[in-house]
Write a protein that binds this ligand. Structure first.
Ligand SMILES: *[C@@H]1O[C@H](CO)[C@@H](O)[C@H](O)[C@H]1NC(C)=O
Ligand SMILES: *[C@@H]1O[C@H](CO)[C@@H](O)[C@H](O)[C@H]1NC(C)=O
Ligand SMILES: *[C@@H]1O[C@H](CO)[C@@H](O)[C@H](O)[C@H]1NC(C)=O
Ligand SMILES: *[C@@H]1O[C@H](CO)[C@@H](O)[C@H](O)[C@H]1NC(C)=O
Length: 599
């Protein structure tokens, strides 16, 4: 037996970081309750994401507009909540920065839910609620949405529509989610969005480099009947063969385009990154459903007129109820409040779309199981000095990823592994008033997901390595004008030892240790000037126990250590936060990194 497990079993009541429900609390909750109240928590209780620097600048916005206010009680199967937007006078475009603030609360216990926000059918935020462990839970998400300026400008001009989807049910648990969505518009000398000194942009430094100036036009790739459909604007993807499409016509003077994909995963794929690989033994025994056992590899990708134009292996954002829910209270897992979106520079393919005719953009997920929710935004930059442009695709190297899958299981024990590796390269030119520019996109991928189970099913380890290097090169007459290199890594390791509390199939006490990390390095070289480099390291280490029954945690405890560090030539921002048993025990922020003890 694991030594610490032994201790916990002997002295569960004396362990202050353990929350044992009182008998009354336990019996007043319905059978399906995923978690019990944490008696040590006094309401109201704030959840927070320690891994995002503040999006606000410290200056006052020119105006702040409460765009949507809604209570999500029983919204399963309903269309999104929508409202017509009205903009105040005296706060005209252009704005130097726009920040979205989502302020929300849960009245009582509830499951965690995935939600999204759209402007006229174009998604601007994919988010997860926390898992409310106590009544009166609240949290805030701030996101710099300056890159969606085109959507906001049109929203203001046309009194467009803001929508939010948060499918909730109060049948099993009473919690009602209340949400306020506010836009903050800044004018004047706020640090410009592409200025490295603006820490607001540091949260997702890749945005800074890929978007530079916001696009002139953003075309939603989403469900066209979203306002009245029970699935909202989301495309639901149930398997690897399903590639929903949207027909889009882009202006004939477009010279640059980036496709941004939003995704989330549900049901059988809710924690796809820990799925073992299918083998006949696992299907017949060991309690793995045939569905869940197809391995921990997924790739989100896009097509234009049926042709693959690029993809990404998603970062494994851990939902608040996944692994051990007590790790994610009060801190959320990396990216849970602002789930990463994935950019594909599709400029090499623009030449095929400049004919003024509709083209089909498709979205898919390799190896997916029910179900994934996807949408995308096509960010388009147009040449105001030209009416129509010419272009062509000149290089298309897109071999299938080399994937090897191996599984060996004996009784409950064994291991499985999925390895993936690949290189793709696309190039195309567009001739505009900027000149005849060729854009070349090169992407290298290296991925490993390994699941091991030992000791008659009582010890398991999941290890994931996900490395991706993307290079975007813009050249004119064979001379490179700009070179952007982005290296992204997302390692994950989860070790779990468990013991059955009485009989097989009964409750199990699981002790888990894990870490995960998002690391991004961006190198930008423009006009032969010295390269600028930025590095982001976002890491969480967590350890704790949970009593699991039927896949849900009944009680438990967790300690989580979060470290966020962003550095470029001019700035360094660091925040560390430690939590023990649901309480923040240390929190330090440094805008310079020097005053924080090295970690
Ligand atoms: C928004 O405006 C449109 C047209 O003016 C109207 O038909 C619709 O009912 C309005 N929607 C809401 C939610 O007020
Ligand atoms: C939403 O705004 C209203 C009015 O300003 C406020 O009373 C309420 O507490 C807010 N709710 C949340 C969840 O922030
Ligand atoms: C938008 O709403 C405002 C205020 O209700 C109104 O004055 C304006 O005419 C509307 N604009 C459009 C394009 O409908
Ligand atoms: C643009 O450059 C490409 C190769 O660099 C060339 O093949 C193409 O003809 C050029 N287009 C125009 C309109 O000059």
């Amino acid at each position: 037996m694991h030594p610490s497990l032994f201790l916990l079993l002997l002295f569960p009541l004396s362990c202050t970081t353990f929350y044992l429900p009182t008998a009354a609390a336990a019996s007043s909750l319905p059978e399906s309750s995923p978690l019990q109240t944490m008696p040590a928590i006094s309401a109201p209780f704030e959840h927070l994401d320690p891994t995002l620097p503040p999006a606000f600048t410290g200056q006052s916005p020119k105006c702040s507009v409460l765009a949507l206010r809604h209570h999500f009680a029983h919204t399963l199967g309903s269309p999104p909540a929508s409202t017509n937007y009205t903009h105040p006078k005296g706060c005209p475009a252009p704005w130097t920065r726009i920040v979205l603030e989502l302020s929300a609360s849960a009245s009582d216990l509830q499951k965690d839910r995935v939600a999204a926000v759209w402007i006229d059918g174009a998604e601007i935020l994919r988010t997860s609620t926390p898992l409310p462990l106590a009544p009166d839970t609240y949290w805030r998400v701030e996101k710099d949405i300056t890159q969606y300026t085109a959507l906001l400008t049109r929203l203001v001009q046309t009194n467009g529509t803001i929508s939010m989807m948060l499918e909730n049910s109060i049948a099993a648990l009473p919690g009602i989610y209340s949400v306020n969505l506010t836009f903050h518009f800044y004018r004047g000398a706020v640090a410009a969005a592409h200025d490295a000194r603006s820490l607001g942009y540091a949260a997702h430094p890749t945005i800074k480099s890929l978007y530079r100036d916001p696009a002139d036009l953003i075309v939603p790739i989403s469900h066209e009947k979203g306002y009245c459909s029970s699935g909202g604007f989301w495309f639901r993807i149930d398997n690897a063969l399903h590639v929903p499409t949207a027909a889009v016509t882009i202006p004939r003077n477009a010279y640059r385009a980036v496709l941004e994909i939003f995704s989330s995963y549900h049901e059988a794929d809710k924690s796809w990154y820990t799925n073992p690989l299918r083998s006949s033994y696992l299907q017949d025994h060991a309690g793995f459903s045939a569905g869940a056992a197809n391995g921990g590899f997924r790739q989100v990708y896009a097509t234009i007129d049926g042709r693959f134009v690029g993809g990404h292996i998603p970062f494994a954002t851990i939902y608040p109820s996944s692994i051990n829910p007590y790790f994610w209270s009060p801190v959320t897992a990396i990216g849970a409040f602002d789930m990463p979106s994935y950019d594909i520079n599709v400029t090499p393919f623009l030449g095929l779309m400049l004919d003024g005719l509709p083209h089909k953009i498709g979205l898919g997920v390799r190896d997916s199981q029910p179900y994934w929710l996807l949408t995308a935004n096509l960010h388009v930059w147009v040449d105001a000095w030209s009416d129509s442009l010419e272009g062509d695709l000149v290089e298309y190297i897109a071999p299938e990823l080399k994937i090897s899958r191996q599984a060996g299981w004996m009784s409950e024990d064994g291991q499985s592994e999925v390895l993936a590796e690949g290189l793709m390269q696309f190039a195309g030119w567009v001739s505009s008033s900027n000149g005849n520019l060729t854009t070349r996109v090169i992407q290298k991928v290296k991925f490993k997901n390994q699941v091991q189970v030992h000791n008659r099913g009582t010890f398991s380890q999941v290890e994931m390595v996900n490395k991706e290097q993307t290079t975007v090169e813009v050249s004119k007459e064979r001379q490179v004008l700009e070179r952007l290199q982005l290296l992204r890594e997302g390692p994950l390791q989860v070790q779990t030892s468990s013991i059955n509390m009485n009989t097989m199939g009964g409750p199990r006490l699981e002790r888990t240790r894990m870490y995960h990390q998002l690391q991004e390095t961006v190198n930008l070289n423009r006009n032969q000037q010295a390269a600028t480099t930025s590095t982001l390291i976002d890491r969480q280490d967590a350890e704790g126990s949970a009593l699991m029954r039927g896949g849900s945690a009944e009680w438990g405890s967790g300690d989580t250590r979060s470290i966020y560090k962003y550095r470029d030539e001019r700035t360094c921002y660091q925040r560390t936060m430690n939590t023990k048993g649901g309480v923040i025990v240390a929190d330090s922020t440094s805008p310079s990194c020097s005053s924080v003890a090295d970690i």
